[in-house]
Design a protein around this ligand. Structure first.
Ligand code: AVJ
Ligand code: FE
Length: 455
């Protein structure tokens, strides 16, 4: 990608922006005005806020900053500034109603594409917004991230299903025979990137990190495995929880993943639990990665299993390090862009693929589903890579660094490929459950493995 011509960058930027917009409209055109303006959960904005916020950010960064053009609607800036209004307060703001919001985002898009048509997008263009088309890629990622947030709002909303998608394929024949864990040998690797043109500030710069050998789950933790934790009294035993996690588990009354409920006739339901998924209630599919658990639940499960969450560096090494060349690659399978065979991304499905799926997308050591399906909680706080500099603005990443946020990696079924790669970092509070998050676990080498015996 770094070697792309300006013409290829222009075409890729246009395609990424247009794909994001098709998704934004698909997520908003399927609901009536009342539903678009409603707050389906205090945790989320009304969908009509996300819609106009997408357009407002595009106006600020593509039309004004990159294009040097006059503002279209400067009066909207404070309304759609995420830092001025917490989500719970957004429905009370004098927001653009749905039809004016659609006209606004369309008008901004016309101007943004006109800027794109004439912008200098060379790799050595002096304006860092424009070099390699960065700011266009950044805004496509911004829109896709809000589309994922809107997808979470759809999952929270009550009422009949409005989104539909085919189910993912059944697990491949070898899924049941995979080793439970995979050994990732000790050694340094390159974490982060300098040469992925649309990588965001928090993915930069590339730097060497030494990682001790460790064992990593070959596949994400399944609903079947998570139910074993539940059935063993995992939610009732403070031994498995951190102090903060236990306090939250008690106060919030956690007893199962979000959107699960006990079946009326548990005997007749495989596993005994139902889940609501985009308006459809169905038995919890036991072979799917567990979804909608918070960091505290993931951490407690890992301790119950005699294991721990992987650190962010461990996760990225497993996903990117190529033992044959010593190089870090863009994805577990190599440098090629994702395809449906390699990973479940792009909202082609409304659920993760069964554990053990996507063998073609496995890492060199055989770890599966690192990219796509479910976001994976890591043990790590969201912190800057050494040498970090904020770009374009401090409010994208820098103001979130610190112990309040945990890092998630790998992307989920509702993440577009433009906003997903081996270096991409997501973060959220450890209590968050409405995001599309699951996890896998790790463990340290046993003493004889550390001594180099055998492996
Ligand atoms: C990276 C997903 C945590 O949604 O808060 C959207 C992305 N930043 N608008 C978020 C984002 C600004 C961000 N996350
Ligand atoms: Fe935003």
């Amino acid at each position: 990608p770094a070697a792309s011509t300006p013409g290829a960058v222009r075409a890729a930027a246009r395609e990424a922006l247009e794909r994001a917009r098709r998704r934004t409209l698909a997520l908003t055109d399927c609901l009536d005005d009342e539903e678009l303006c409603a707050q389906h959960s205090r945790l989320m904005s009304p969908l009509v806020w996300d819609l106009a916020h997408i357009g407002n950010q595009e106006e600020i960064w593509l039309v004004r900053a990159a294009g040097g053009q006059d503002a279209i609607r400067p009066d909207l800036d404070p309304l759609y500034d995420a830092f001025q209004h917490p989500r719970a307060e957004r429905p009370a703001l004098p927001l653009l109603p749905p039809e004016p919001a659609r006209r606004y985002v369309a008008a901004v898009r016309d101007r943004a594409l006109a800027v794109l048509d004439t912008a200098r997008l060379d790799h050595d263009e002096a304006d860092p917004l424009l070099a390699d088309g960065f700011v266009f890629g950044m805004l496509a990622q911004h829109e896709q991230q809000h589309d994922e947030t809107m997808l979470a709002t759809h999952q929270l909303r009550h009422g009949p299903a409005v989104l539909r998608a085919p189910r993912p394929a059944a697990a491949p024949a070898d899924a049941a025979d995979l080793p439970a864990e995979t050994w990732i040998p000790a050694g340094p690797f390159t974490m982060g990137t300098d040469d992925e043109p649309w990588a965001l500030d928090n993915e930069r710069p590339a730097h060497r990190v030494d990682v001790a050998g460790f064992w990593l789950d070959t596949v994400p933790v399944s609903n079947r495995a998570y139910q074993a934790f539940m059935a063993d009294g995992g939610y009732e035993d403070p031994r498995w929880w951190t102090t903060a996690g236990w306090a939250h588990r008690v106060q919030a009354g956690l007893h199962a993943p979000l959107f699960w409920r006990r079946a009326d006739d548990p005997e007749a339901t495989p596993g005994g639990w139902l889940r609501r998924r985009f308006g459809v209630v169905e038995p919890v599919p036991l072979d799917e990665p567990v979804l909608h658990v918070c960091w505290y639940e993931a951490d407690a499960y890992a301790r119950w299993a005699g294991r721990r969450l992987p650190t962010e560096a461990e996760w990225e090494k497993a996903a990117r390090h190529d033992p044959a060349t010593g190089r870090s690659r863009r994805y577990p399978w190599g440098d090629a862009d994702p395809t449906p065979e390699l990973a479940n991304l792009g909202q082609r499905h409304l659920q993760p693929s069964p554990v053990g799926s996507h063998p073609a997308g496995a890492s060199p050591h055989g770890v599966r589903q690192l990219i796509g399906d479910v976001w994976e909680w890591t043990a790590s706080d969201f912190a800057p890579h050494p040498g970090f500099t904020a770009f374009l603005y401090k409010e994208y990443s820098e103001v979130f660094f610190g112990p309040d946020y945990k890092v998630l990696r790998g992307g989920a079924f509702g993440v577009d490929p433009v906003a997903c790669r081996g270096t991409f970092r997501n973060w959220d509070y450890p209590i968050r459950r409405q995001i599309f998050a699951g996890f896998r676990t790790a463990r340290d080498a046993s003493p004889d493995e550390t001594a180099g015996a055998g492996r």
